[in-house]
Design a protein around this ligand. Sequence first.
Ligand SMILES: [Zn+2]
Length: 197
Amino acid sequence: MTAFAGYDTGPAWQSLARQGAKGIVVSLEQHVHNTIPRCLALVVVAPTALIENRDCIATAFTLSQKADTASNAQVLGYPLSDYNDACQGDPDFISPITLRWPDSTESLIFDSEIHGYHGEMESSAKFHGSGVPKAFACIECGHDKFAVTVQFDYWDACEDLLEDEPDIPVENYFCNIIVAGKCANCHETNQMVNMDL
Ligand SMILES: [Zn+2]
């Protein structure tokens, strides 16, 4: 696995943004493929294939605790069904989503309150979990350790943002997030979070 964390730096993005402001066109696609959303600042990321092709600009990353070491994690969050009666039987989680690594340290990877398009605008209207989180259990076998992948989708609103405000860290303004985990026991891929923002 190649650590991609070196790209996740403010100065690199800022210099890219300045170039953009000087008239060198940096496309949304180019930008989001070179800049990691800030919600992943606490983990090591590596680019990977999309979880789902949604016919929009999108990026996907595998998440690890340490560079060059694949690590399985428990995915802690809040069952959507506890917050929305219309979603009984739906295994999806809502945020905050935290990964718990084998050494018991935890890394927040997504909170709709502050991350994603409306979170960044301080206008998130999404269900939000509170209290003690639960560990996602594999829908096939009930095991709770996963190789975790995250996908970010960027819709037309992000193109508009980048055009209007070339200095904005548009990678943070993703319009949909998917969190998926490949079960360490049975290898089933579980979709854990799928939320437009
Ligand atoms: Zn399983």
